[in-house]
Write a protein that binds this ligand. Structure first.
Ligand SMILES: Nc1ncnc2c1ncn2[C@@H]1O[C@H](COP(=O)(O)OP(=O)(O)OP(=O)(O)O)[C@@H](O)[C@H]1O
Ligand SMILES: [Mg+2]
Ligand SMILES: [Zn+2]
Length: 462
């Protein structure tokens, strides 16, 4: 039978559990020092390892290949195997969502009085325990506080706030964290390698970002994508997860930056016609602007990016925006998102929102973009100073080896990523032949890509 990847790769030992380091340490210490609590509460987002850890703990307590509880259960004895298969007589996994009544709780209490059939402990794993009714939770109180010495309760929940405080205060609580992008990428790459699934690095990252810290979702998406029978690329991930293509999003944002109303409206229309909802378009744009804010404010922020645009796409767009316009756009998008919830005509609201974004952007022109050739030529005004200071920064950020040559040039205009340098006739050829490197150096210093044109000037006064 075909087994889903998320089940096939369920961690069987604490060492194969990804992330959750504090929990691993605490459980290892508890088990090796035989300080077993009567009740544990595992909380955290879905697909982060709660049920897996509950099973590992049950095996640790009951492994028959060890005289005492062990942090490294053998996974081979009848007890370990039965727990993995979910048919152990001593370890019961109870779905609290469907057994949530007070009668179910009473039955559980009764069962807990029996001695274990073949191992040291009877373990009750109560999944989704927040679904227990309050009367069921109350009925369990005493039993959880002082169960028979051979009984351990493990309560799992994604919604800790719904568990009665009287219950949670009687349990040892472990908070499972949403897994980091790197952790998910690591596990996805490992699984892809073992399953011979060809996948591009960018696509792995995109799956990780899309799954919001849950490994089950990430593995399920990988599983689904692997059926396509060709190398998984970022486009595939976006397609299958129903998202909007990064180029389409980048296109809209760039058109907003340019103030190109027609292009913005046309792109929005095309997306809607292809079945994307106004809500999805807005929330995807919100994610882009959120990422732009991060790229703009934090250097080397690649790992904090959450949306579908790549880091270099974001950097390029961010270079033509300032904080205020990004901030204003975020506010506008948030406002429109709530309006969209109460309106029946989503497409129109989306258009209104996009047009507002253009206006907000136009009111916040960018200092770099203001610095145009025409202004420079207008005899030594403040703009020349701006260009000189930009050029000073570029030279500062350049390696000493290149500094000498670059400092012989002068920046005469910088507009829309187009940069004009004036050099003396004797240097002209040298700059021309190295233009690609000059573009790279300047692009690196300014943190966005530029094209460079070289102009010959007779005398350069700096
Ligand atoms: N920390 C982790 N390390 C390795 N794999 C994990 C981890 N968390 C989740 N997984 C993967 O996701 C699958 C589901 O994990 P698990 O059942 O433990 O999640 P859960 O926290 O109980 O989720 P839920 O709240 O939805 O019940 C596992 O079989 C495994 O493939
Ligand atoms: Mg679970
Ligand atoms: Zn064992």
């Amino acid at each position: 039978m075909h087994q889903p990847l998320s089940l096939k790769y369920r961690p069987k030992t604490l060492s194969s559990l990804v992330g959750q380091e504090p929990i691993k340490t605490a459980l290892t210490n508890a088990v090796t020092s035989i300080k077993i609590a009567p009740a544990y509460l595992f909380t955290g987002p879905r697909g982060t390892g709660k049920t897996s850890t509950a099973r590992i703990l049950a095996k640790s307590l009951n492994c028959l290949n060890s005289q005492t509880p062990t942090a490294t259960p053998c996974n081979k004895c009848t007890s370990c195997k039965a727990i993995d298969a979910g048919n152990s007589l001593d370890v019961s996994e109870i779905d609290a969502a469907s057994h949530n009544g007070v009668e179910d709780a009473r039955e559980l209490i009764e069962r807990s009085n029996f001695a274990p059939a073949m191992s040291r402990y009877r373990v009750f794993v109560l999944d989704e325990c927040h679904q227990l009714s309050s009367s069921a939770q109350n009925a369990l109180l005493k039993c959880i506080e002082e169960p028979p010495s051979h009984v351990v309760f493990i309560l799992c929940t994604t919604e800790a706030h719904k568990v009665l405080p009287t219950i949670s205060s009687r349990c040892q609580t472990f908070n499972f964290k949403a897994l980091s992008i790197e952790a998910i990428v690591g596990q996805l790459s490992k699984v892809a390698l073992q399953e011979s699934i060809a996948i591009a690095d960018e696509a792995t990252k995109l799956i990780a970002r899309h799954s919001e810290g849950g490994l089950r979702d990430a593995l399920q998406l990988l599983s689904q994508l692997s059926l396509m029978g060709e190398e998984i690329r970022p486009d595939h991930v976006i397609e299958v997860s129903g998202g909007i293509h990064s180029n389409d999003l980048a296109g809209i944002v760039q058109a907003i930056c340019r103030g190109d109303m027609l292009a913005v409206l046309q792109s929005a229309r095309t997306l809607i016609d292809s079945g994307k909802t106004p809500k999805l378009i807005l929330s995807s744009l919100l994610a882009v602007y959120r990422d732009l804010l991060i790229v703009k404010s934090v250097p080397k922020s690649e790992s904090a990016i959450a949306g579908t645009l790549t880091y270099s796409q974001l950097r390029q767009i961010a270079s033509s925006l300032d904080f205020h316009s990004i901030d204003a756009a975020l506010m506008q998008l948030q406002k429109s998102e709530s309006q969209l919830r109460v309106t029946t005509n989503g497409a129109t609201w989306l258009e209104v929102c996009l047009l507002n974004l253009i206006q907000k952007n136009e009111r916040q022109p960018l200092p770099e973009q203001q610095v145009s050739r025409a202004q420079y030529n207008g005899n030594g005004n403040g703009t020349t100073k701006d260009l000189n200071s930009v050029w000073g920064q570029v030279i500062e950020a350049t390696k000493p080896a290149n500094r000498t040559l670059l400092s012989r040039a002068k920046l005469v205009s910088l507009n829309d990523g187009k940069c004009v340098l004036a050099v003396q006739a004797s240097d002209f050829k040298k700059f021309q032949t190295n233009i690609a490197s000059v573009e790279r150096i300047i692009g690196k210093a300014l943190e966005y890509s530029v094209t460079v044109a070289i102009e010959q000037q007779e005398v350069i006064s700096v």
